[in-house]
Design a protein around this ligand. Structure first.
Ligand code: ZN
Length: 516
């Protein structure tokens, strides 16, 4: 059944250029989007940037730039990197666009109409890095932000408040729904937070120019989170030129999934659904909070000098290696560690040896013994058990992927490739072929292994679209024509299609010890 599927990455804060963490999130979303497209669904894949707030204003100031120019500069870096990572996004949202601003105003009028906004006073310790008021022990003299390790600033100002407390019951119901918050470990954290009672939160700031103005309160701009979360809606509108909240324009809403880092789960699983309910809109169907990456067991940070730049990693290992490792080795949802040695070993073992060599040597044998082409199976001979194994592995792959368990889905592909390698080694067609009367047996064996390679090529597509395309191309199959419905049945490899010349589809990476 064809379904609409809307997936979003976080809207990345343009304080600094994209790092490995945002690349990881975006690659994961890309894999999901590609999986959903192969499943026959109509996908809207949305990414973009969050550009307002005091932190951006100050960063631009420190660089002696107009905030807009600073935002333009960083935004280009995101777009450049997403292209390099072969991210198949459909829309790129910028919260400084006039369309987004209009949408924010339209949304605000609906929240006002629900009587969910009032003027109040807010005082407390504020972290500009987090754009958040912090709970501080009253005895503390110079309180710091535990995340940013910077002094908090005392604020005492008039703000507009959103009546979050009114939505206590509805939010409780929502967060208990099966699958709304994933993985399960994060669900309890939110249930615990909400059970303490939701407090109204301020949605405007005064004396901050770099933001969207609040209609009717000219000295206020919208709180950056209030504005940024709405980017998901403005990006999903059917008609981008007419940013209004109507049934027709919201055809791609609600989002099927917001994929985010675990640090911003509260905003997405509590504040955001309440804002939507207030405006008479549906909350997202699910929120997935993934973990953080460390490097060689250590937190990455500028001050530690151990930040792994995604562009450098890309230049070193290549795109397929980077995508494969991040999705295959790190349990999505948990924290993960990037180790260079492990990166090289896993990529070489999985992609170069297990999959690449299998394809390469089988094509070589096939061409040599079967007139430069693919042998025709003889149905009167017993079929290889690779047919059954592939059915089992495809099933496991589907189940794992549906739960965003990339690691298990990747393992199913490797299992199938291992089985095909084992089968080749056990059957040893290079020995059998020496007796010409075995030719039909060998034909069936070679066909089975090549057919397994075709299935592997299809299953790899969401993970490593480039490598998948190269594998399928060797089998003379156009990767743009594949789908799960049409491509996963055993026996679809057509001998009449022929084969290209065998050439390595994945070069090995050489390990360079760089502890810098
Ligand atoms: Zn902070």
């Amino acid at each position: 059944m064809n379904m609409k599927y809307t997936i979003t990455t976080p809207l990345y804060y343009v304080n600094d250029k994209p790092h490995l963490g945002s690349s990881y999130t975006t690659i994961a979303c890309d894999a999901i989007a590609r999986f959903q497209r192969l499943s026959g669904n109509t996908v809207l894949f949305l990414t973009g940037v969050d550009e307002h707030g005091q932190k951006i204003e100050r960063t631009a100031e420190s660089k002696n730039l107009q905030p807009q120019l600073h935002c333009d500069e960083i935004t280009e870096k995101y777009k450049y990197l997403w292209d390099k990572l072969n991210i198949s996004y459909d829309r790129f949202v910028r919260t400084t666009s006039p369309e987004h601003k209009k949408l924010v105003h339209d949304f605000y009028s609906k929240v006002l109409a629900s009587d969910d906004v009032y003027m109040g006073r807010q005082s407390g310790w504020y972290c500009v890095g987090c754009e958040e008021y912090k709970d501080v022990d009253s005895n503390e003299e110079d309180p710091m932000c535990s995340i940013h390790k910077k002094n908090l600033e005392w604020r005492d100002e008039e703000n507009l408040f959103f009546r979050l407390s009114k939505y206590q019951k509805k939010i409780e119901e929502l967060i208990h729904l099966d699958g709304f918050i994933a993985p399960k470990s994060r669900k309890n954290e939110i249930i615990n937070f909400v059970s303490k009672g939701l407090k109204d939160f301020s949605i405007s700031r005064v004396n901050l120019k770099w933001g969207i103005n609040v209609p009717g309160n000219d000295e206020h701009t919208f709180y950056v989170w209030f504005d940024a979360l709405l980017g998901y809606v403005s990006g999903s509108l059917v008609n981008q030129q007419a940013p209004e909240i109507t049934d027709v324009s919201l055809a791609n809403w609600p989002a099927s999934i917001h994929v985010i880092g675990k640090d911003i789960l509260r905003f997405h699983a509590v504040y955001w659904p309440a804002m939507l309910l207030s405006a008479g809109m549906e909350p997202p169907l699910s929120v997935f909070g993934h973990g953080f990456l460390t490097r060689e067991g250590q937190k990455m940070g500028k001050s530690l000098g151990n930040v792994l730049d995604p562009i450098e990693l890309l230049e070193y290992g290549g795109l397929d290696a980077m995508r494969w490792f991040l999705l295959r080795d790190i349990e999505f949802g948990e924290d993960g560690d990037f180790q260079m040695r492990r990166f090289v070993d896993i990529v070489n073992s999985d992609l170069s040896n297990t999959i690449g060599n299998l394809l390469n040597r089988t094509i070589t044998m096939s061409k040599k013994w079967f007139k430069d082409s693919i042998p025709v199976e003889n149905p009167s001979f017993t079929k290889s058990h690779l047919n059954e194994i592939s059915n089992i592995k495809i099933n496991q792959y589907m189940q794992s992927f549906k739960h965003n368990n990339f690691k298990d889905a990747a393992n199913s592909i490797i299992d199938l490739a291992n089985s095909a390698n084992l089968y080749l080694n056990e059957r040893a067609p290079w020995k059998l072929i020496k007796d010409i009367s075995n030719k039909e047996i060998v034909a069936n064996d070679i066909y089975s292994v090549l057919e397994s390679c075709r299935l592997i090529g299809v299953l790899l597509y969401p993970f490593v679209p480039d490598l998948s395309t190269r594998i399928l191309d060797q089998l003379n199959i156009d990767s743009s024509s594949i789908s799960f419905k049409k491509s996963l049945e055993w026996g679809l490899l057509d001998p009449l299609n022929g084969l290209k010349d065998a050439k390595p589809v994945m070069n090995k990476i050489e390990y360079i010890n760089s502890s810098s």
